[in-house]
Design a protein around this ligand. Structure first.
Ligand code: DLL
Length: 426
């Protein structure tokens, strides 16, 4: 019985994947890259093995086809454009038909519903509005759900605090680092979490840890801070999101996921690797085997929230965020876990990597809390405790430097946690 069900699911998925193949074959770039591996028609995809023979797509392919070379619909049918600047190089531009926008809003509304957000909620959106997908993505989903939606965007943090207090917003959607900054600004204004009515946080667009979840919940007085994942090349926020049960991030049913190892081999459920996504049903900008560069694991099954399908584990980081220091692989999230496990330290940090001769140096700058600063005699002890903890986790010698409270930059969007002087980052 179970076998029959999974055969049916596989057949249904294959049919949808063939539709995506049919759609992307309209685009000259895909047509020629597929021809090189002998795929000329959707019907050539008879099995998942055939599908796995389709060439991967990368951000670079979007750049090569800037601005709209990978659109599968004429501009006349496109009603919205979003774009991502990335840290280097050309922008990547993506388009949506009216049906794509509807699909996106539905994905976000469904995810918010599973997170326990209802039409009675007041959703304060602190993601940037504009070409970045965060603001408008959350906005359309929240409105579709029927919640009162406040488009505050990033910036003017004091106004965020005032609205949280005066309009009694119950849901805050922004990056986790901005959530911390809002909490800190509130505290500077003499306003504590008891003045807010916040229940749910919808935080994403950058990696964050379980330890950070606890910290943000405490500082903002939230019942739960949930993780939302997405990327502009695929849709925007809402590609996957945690529900109130926090059983992983449930993948919206418009995407087919694969996890690949470094050599491009598809890994089984439960193994960590790079997430590769294919859209199912998207019109203007279909994605086919798109390499997200994000590291996660996949599971499949039913959640008590009613969701049935694929879920991702919290994204550990990007393949290209991984630092190699003296041959050891280091993710900023490992350092974040260590920092948050030590009292007297603020969750604000900067990782500075430099090279002296042939040797890499790793310095972790961390802010001490106002209270800890007053106990000067304990500062060296605090520094050593954190340094030992980081060194134990990473298995290499890092140097911890404690810096003054409020001295590291704050962000209204995605935090910059790493400065790699080996690459000439200033
Ligand atoms: O960050 C879309 C988004 C907006 C997601 C608001 C969630 C909330 P991009 O600017 O294209 O789109 O950046 C996408 O950000 O490939 C990941 O590396 C990272 N990222 C996004 N969400 C998460 C998350 C938006 N929850 C890139 N955890 C992705 C870890 C995340 N990393």
């Amino acid at each position: 019985m179970e076998e029959k069900k999974s055969d049916m699911i596989l057949e249904g998925t294959l049919a949808q994947l063939r539709e995506t193949v049919r759609r992307v074959l309209e685009v000259p770039y895909y047509r020629s890259s597929f021809a090189r591996v002998g795929i000329g028609a959707a019907e050539d995809i008879r099995s998942l093995a055939d599908f796995q023979g389709i060439p991967l797509t990368e951000k670079e392919d979007l750049r090569k086809n800037y601005p709209i070379g990978l659109f599968a619909e004429p501009l006349k049918k496109v009603v919205r454009i979003q774009a991502s600047s990335g840290t280097t190089g050309k922008m990547t531009v993506v388009g949506y038909t009216a049906r794509d926008i509807e699909m996106w809003a539905t994905a976000v509304a469904d995810a918010l519903g599973r997170a326990g957000v209802t039409p009675d909620d007041i959703v304060q959106v602190g993601y940037g509005y504009g070409l970045f997908t965060g603001g408008l993505g959350l906005h359309y989903g929240s409105e579709k759900l029927g919640a009162l939606t406040i488009p505050l965007s990033g910036g003017n943090t004091e106004r965020h605090v005032m609205f949280l207090r005066d309009l009694k917003s119950t849901v805050l959607a922004c990056t986790p680092s901005y959530a911390l900054h809002i909490a800190e600004t509130a505290s500077e204004m003499g306003i504590g979490p008891e003045a807010f009515c916040l229940r749910v946080g919808i935080f994403g667009a950058e990696p964050w840890t379980e330890a950070m979840r606890g910290e943000i919940q405490k500082r903002l007085g939230l019942d739960r801070a949930l993780d939302i994942y997405g990327l502009s090349e695929i849709m925007g926020p809402g590609v996957a999101m945690e529900c109130a049960h926090m059983n992983g991030l449930h993948l919206a049913p418009y995407f087919y996921p694969e996890i690949l190892d470094e050599k491009g081999v598809v890994l089984p459920l439960g193994c960590q690797g790079e997430l590769v996504l294919t859209s199912m049903g998207k019109e203007a900008f279909p994605s086919i085997r798109y390499r997200t560069k994000d590291l996660t694991t996949l599971s499949y099954g039913r959640c008590p929230c009613g969701f049935y399908g694929w879920s991702l584990s919290r994204v550990a980081g990007r393949v290209d965020d991984m630092l190699i220091i003296r041959g050891v692989n280091v993710f900023p999230s490992q350092i974040e876990e260590a920092i948050l496990s030590v009292g007297g330290i603020e969750p604000h940090y900067l990782i500075v990597v430099s090279r002296q001769g042939a040797l890499d140096n790793l310095e972790v700058q961390v802010e001490v809390s106002e209270e800890a600063v007053d106990e000067i005699s304990h500062l060296e002890e605090l520094r050593q405790t954190l340094q030992q903890r980081i060194n134990k986790i990473l298995g290499l010698g890092a140097r911890v430097r404690l810096v003054e409270p409020m001295s590291l930059p704050r962000t209204e969007g995605k935090a910059v946690r790493v400065r790699d002087l080996r690459k000439g980052d200033l």
